[in-house]
Design a protein around this ligand. Structure first.
Ligand code: HEC
Ligand code: HEC
Length: 376
């Protein structure tokens, strides 16, 4: 899963940056006269008018002939390799190395305890890293499904995660939170060893005690208690068939009978999944819904002015008469309102026709009225 996510990310990133530079550098000369002789100012930059379309974002019609859009390029093997640092359950991507519980303890104190608290206790919104494992208390998803007296496992590493590889990879790539990718491989082994120790995990029947030294070979022997708790199995070559088979056998879920209507006598029993509730967050993530304050009535043209014109007209920095500047608008109004409407609709000097929008003439007049009223 993580693998394909990374690939997706890398191709998206490369394509986006290449597309942007192609659109800007490819067909926007720094200055000069364009097809119809017009220049357009947008944020201080000039862009050509191509087939009546303008701005940096106009569709470059040359770029998508028969083959569709041809923006960007394929990421190179090296670029993909740089992103492809995930660790898979079968050991792919897991480097050689080793670390002791003792070293892990020290690194943890220094780099992790400030957020995850002593001994991985978690709290204040930071996930607990140690709540014990599910070997002994059998709180696994599988047991929960087959025995209604068993609670769901805590959704933490020791009792819930199906694979230890995720822990190695997560610490390596994401932690410590403020400095991801700063840990050496041996430091990660040490931290993982410490996590296993805190959770009283076993490897190959041996308890990970405070003298344990973890290495790659031992790591690959970890069997997580909840490993078989996830159904259907979505891994492997035959994943799709396996998943289909699972869902076609309705004894695997629900009450075992296919049913669309009147399936229960009386109220169905709902089993709630227990785990770390969001009430654990302190302070709560959201205490109150706050909508933007409404200020009086809607003034005609104000919304559109803010959306399309304020970018140039909020100040005089772009050479546009600033809304609120009585003197500037006094000078504009000397032309007579009809001429001002005309200029707003058809453009004048650096003022693009309709401010670069596709609004109706009537709408533009309404906005101009708003701008004038706001400048009295
Ligand atoms: C500045 C705060 C901070 C520090 C320091 C920090 N973490 Fe974290 N850690 C977080 C947060 C926040 C999350 C949850 C991230 C999320 O869910 O998106 C997290 C998540 C994790 C998880 C996943 C837990 C789970 O059940 O999802 C692990 C494992 C972890 N951290 C290990 C470490 C280790 C090891 C260190 C020290 C090298 C460390 N963290 C340092 C803030 C921190
Ligand atoms: C890209 C920047 C830009 C945008 C966006 C923009 N304007 Fe302008 N506008 C200008 C500039 C610059 C002038 C001054 C033109 C001149 O007189 O040389 C101007 C002038 C005007 C004038 C005065 C015309 C005159 O006759 O002097 C009006 C009215 C006006 N704009 C309305 C609008 C409206 C309505 C919108 C939004 C729909 C809008 N503008 C969006 C840059 C902009």
């Amino acid at each position: 899963m993580f693998k394909s996510y990374h690939k997706l990310l890398v191709s998206a990133a490369v394509v986006v940056s290449a597309a942007t530079s192609a659109a800007v550098a490819g067909d926007a000369p720094a200055s000069g006269t364009y097809e119809n002789g017009k220049k357009v100012i947008d944020g201080g930059a000039t862009y050509p008018v191509v087939k009546g379309k303008t701005s940096a974002y106009h569709v470059n019609e040359k770029a998508h002939g028969k083959g569709g859009f041809t923006f960007g390029r394929k990421p190179t093997d090296n670029e993909i390799k740089a992103w492809d640092i995930d660790v898979m359950p079968d050991g792919t991507g897991l480097p050689e190395g080793s670390g002791t519980v003792e070293d892990g303890d020290e690194i943890y104190e220094e780099k992790c305890a400030s957020c995850h608290f002593d001994f991985g206790a978690g709290g204040a919104g930071y996930p607990a890293l140690a709540k014990g494992n599910a070997y002994k208390n059998v709180a696994t998803l599988k047991h929960q499904r087959t025995d209604d007296t068993v609670d769901a496992p805590n959704r933490v590493f020791g009792s819930y995660w199906p694979k230890a590889s995720t822990l190695w990879w997560y610490i390596k790539t994401a932690m410590p939170h403020p400095a991801p990718l700063s840990l050496t491989d041996d430091e990660v082994y040490a931290l993982v060893a410490y996590m296993l120790y805190l959770n009283e995990m076993e490897i190959d029947g041996e308890l990970v005690d405070d003298e344990y030294e973890l290495d790659r070979e031992k790591f690959l022997k970890i069997k997580m208690p909840n490993e078989d708790g996830f159904e259907p199995n979505i891994d492997g070559e035959h994943a799709l068939e396996d998943v289909r088979k699972y869902y076609n056998d309705f004894s695997n879920y629900g009450n075992g009978t296919r049913c669309m209507k009147n399936c229960f006598d009386g109220e169905p029993e709902i089993a709630r999944i227990q785990g770390v509730g969001i009430s654990d967050y302190d302070p709560p993530l959201v205490t109150e819904k706050s909508m933007p304050a409404k200020t009086g009535e809607e003034v005609a043209g104000k919304k559109e002015y803010e959306a399309s014109c304020a970018v140039c007209h909020a100040t005089d920095a772009m050479g546009a008469p600033a809304v609120g500047d009585q003197k500037a608008w006094g000078a504009v109004m000397e032309k007579g309102i009809d001429q001002v409407y005309h200029n707003a609709i058809h453009g004048i000097n650096a003022m693009p026709p309709k401010g670069g929008t596709a609004l109706s003439d009537e709408k533009i007049k309404e906005i101009v009225d708003y701008m004038i009223n706001a400048s009295k």
